[in-house]
Design a protein around this ligand. Structure first.
Ligand SMILES: Nc1ncnc2c1ncn2[C@@H]1O[C@H](COP(=O)(O)OP(=O)(O)OP(=O)(O)O)[C@@H](O)[C@H]1O
Ligand SMILES: [Mg+2]
Length: 447
C-alpha cells in the first residue's frame, strides 16, 4: 500500500532529502529547504511493451502563432500536445507576447488563457490595447484540479497558463509557488496536455540569476524552454530557446516593446550592427545565433588603474571568456593590459555565448588599448585559441553574406576562410596578425 512520507526539498535546485539541512548540500543556498509530503509508490502490475517499429506516429502539423519571430524560435510553430515553458523577469513582456500569439491562434483554433496573476478585467484591458483577441476564452483560476478538468473537457488547441507559480493543489498542503506545488502542477499539466492534445504554454518566473524559479525539474519536464530577456530600460527584448525537443536551440528573436504591444524586429543586424565610423574601442562582430548570423556592435573601454587586481567587466559576455581573451591579448598579441581595467559591452542588451565572437571582442579591446579605430567598414569573426592562433568559425559563408548585406566592405577572419562576393576577407592566422590587419594604426589618437 502507498504510504505517505515526509521529505525536504530545496526551493532553488529541487534537491530532496529525508532530513532538513540549513544549507542545501547541492546548490549551497541557505534556508531553502522546505518540508513537503511525498506519496510512496505502491505495487503495480507490469505492462505490455511494444516494438518501436510498430508504433504509429504521424508528424502533426505545427500551429503557427501569428508571431513569425516566435515561430522561428519554436522551430517553425507550436507542436500540438507539447509543453512549452516561457521564463523571464517581471515586466519583460511575457503576458503581452503570449496574449498577442493567442489572439492570432484564436482566429482559427480554440484557445484558452488561464490567468492566475491578473484578473480577467486586467487581461481585457491589455487585449484592448493590443487589439483583437475576440475569440480567446479566458478563465481566472488557480486550483490545479479545476484547471486540469477544464482542459480535459474543452480540449483547446492551445492553452496559456500565466503563471505556473500561481497554481496550487489542495492535496499537497504547501504554499503556491513552492517546489512541490510547481512540480506537481507541471507534471499534471504534462499528462493532461499529452492526453488531450493541448499545446500548453507555461509562464514561469525567474530567480535573480535568471534561471526559471522553482525546481530545475521543470526544465527537464517540458519540451521547450524559452527565455525572454532584455532590461526594462531598453525597448528591445530578446527571446531565445535554451531547450527545444522539436528544433534548434540558440535560435534568437528580437522584439521591440511599443504602446500597441511587442513588434518583431526582422533585421536585428540593422539595429545592433551599426557603429559610428572611426570610433575608438568599437568593433562589429558577426555571431551565429541558431540558424542565422547576426551583426553586433561590441564596445570596449581600457582605463589605467592602480588596483592590484584590475577589473574585467563584461555586459553580455561570459566573464571567463573575457578573462581568457584579455590574457591571450596580453600574452600573444603584446597588448599590455595588466595595469588596466577592461570593460566590454554588447549592443542592445544581447548576450553572446558563441566562440565565433571572440575575435570581435579582442579587436574592440585592442582598439581601445591602442587608441586607434578598427578599419572602416570591417567586421570580424573567429574563435581564439589559448595559443593565440585563430580557429575557423563555422558557417563562414553565411556570416560573410550577412556582412555584405549590411554594406560592410571587409571582414577579419581566420586563415582559410573563403572569400565571397565583393567582400574582402582579411585572413589572419594569429590574434596578433588579426589585430594588425583589423586596426587602423594610421588613424591613432594623437598620432
Ligand atoms: N500602455 C503601455 N504602453 C507601452 N508599454 C506598455 C504599456 N503598458 C505596459 N507596457 C509595457 O509592458 C510591460 C509589461 O508587460 P507584461 O505585463 O506582458 O510583462 P510580464 O512579463 O507578463 O510581467 P509579470 O511578470 O509582472 O507578469 C511593461 O514593462 C511596459 O514596458
Ligand atoms: Mg504577466
Amino acid at each position: 500500500m502507498a504510504k505517505a512520507a515526509i521529505q525536504f526539498a530545496c526551493t532553488d535546485c529541487g534537491y530532496a532529502a529525508g532530513r532538513w539541512f540549513g544549507k542545501c548540500p547541492r546548490c549551497g543556498e541557505f534556508g531553502t529547504l522546505v518540508e513537503e509530503a511525498r506519496e510512496a509508490a505502491g505495487a503495480v502490475a507490469p505492462k505490455a511493451t511494444l516494438r518501436l517499429v510498430d508504433v504509429k506516429a504521424e508528424e502533426a502539423e505545427r500551429i503557427p502563432t501569428g508571431v513569425p519571430e516566435l515561430d522561428r524560435v519554436l522551430g517553425g510553430g507550436l507542436v500540438p500536445a507539447s509543453l512549452v515553458l516561457v521564463g523571464g523577469e517581471p515586466g519583460v513582456g511575457k503576458s503581452t507576447l503570449l496574449l498577442t500569439a493567442l489572439s492570432a491562434i484564436s482566429a482559427t483554433r480554440p484557445s484558452l488563457l488561464i490567468t492566475g496573476e491578473e484578473s480577467a478585467a486586467q487581461v481585457k484591458l491589455r487585449a484592448e490595447r493590443l487589439g483583437g483577441a475576440a475569440n480567446v476564452q479566458i478563465l481566472a483560476e488557480t486550483e490545479l484540479d479545476a484547471v486540469c478538468a477544464t482542459l480535459e473537457r474543452d480540449k483547446p488547441a492551445v492553452c496559456v497558463i500565466d503563471s505556473v507559480q500561481t497554481l496550487y493543489s489542495a492535496d499537497l498542503g504547501s504554499a503556491p509557488g513552492s517546489v512541490g506545488q510547481v512540480r506537481e502542477a507541471a507534471a499534471r499539466l504534462l499528462r493532461v496536455s499529452k492526453e488531450s492534445g493541448v499545446a500548453t504554454i507555461l509562464v514561469g518566473h525567474v530567480t535573480k540569476d535568471g534561471a526559471v524559479a522553482g525546481p530545475r525539474v521543470l526544465e527537464h519536464l517540458v519540451d521547450c524552454v524559452l527565455q525572454f530577456e532584455g532590461d526594462r530600460y531598453h525597448e528591445h527584448r530578446v527571446l531565445r530557446a535554451s531547450k527545444n525537443r522539436f528544433g534548434s536551440t540558440n535560435e534568437l528573436a528580437v522584439f521591440e516593446m511599443t504602446g500597441s504591444g511587442l513588434v518583431g524586429v526582422p533585421e536585428p543586424s540593422e539595429l545592433f550592427g551599426r557603429m559610428v565610423e572611426g570610433e575608438i574601442g568599437a568593433a562589429v562582430g558577426c555571431v551565429l545565433e541558431g540558424s542565422r548570423p547576426l551583426l553586433l556592435e561590441i564596445q570596449s573601454l581600457v582605463a589605467p588603474t592602480d588596483l592590484a587586481m584590475p577589473r574585467r567587466v563584461g555586459t553580455g559576455v561570459d566573464p571567463k571568456r573575457l578573462a581568457m581573451i584579455v590574457a591571450v591579448l596580453s600574452r600573444h598579441a603584446r597588448i599590455a593590459l595588466g595595469q588596466a581595467d577592461v570593460f566590454v559591452n554588447v549592443a542592445g542588451g544581447v548576450r553572446i555565448d558563441e566562440p565565433g565572437a571572440d575575435l570581435a571582442i579582442a579587436l574592440a579591446i585592442a582598439s581601445a588599448a591602442k587608441g586607434a579605430p578598427v578599419m572602416a567598414g570591417t567586421a570580424a569573426f573567429g574563435e581564439i585559441g589559448l595559443t593565440g592562433r585563430l580557429r575557423p568559425a563555422t558557417q563562414s559563408e553565411r556570416r560573410l553574406e550577412e556582412c555584405a548585406k549590411l554594406g560592410l566592405t571587409a571582414a577579419v577572419a581566420p586563415a582559410g576562410t573563403p572569400a565571397r562576393g565583393k567582400l574582402r576577407v582579411l585572413e589572419a592566422e594569429t590574434l596578433r596578425q588579426a589585430a594588425k590587419a583589423g586596426i587602423d594604426a594610421e588613424r591613432a589618437e594623437g598620432g
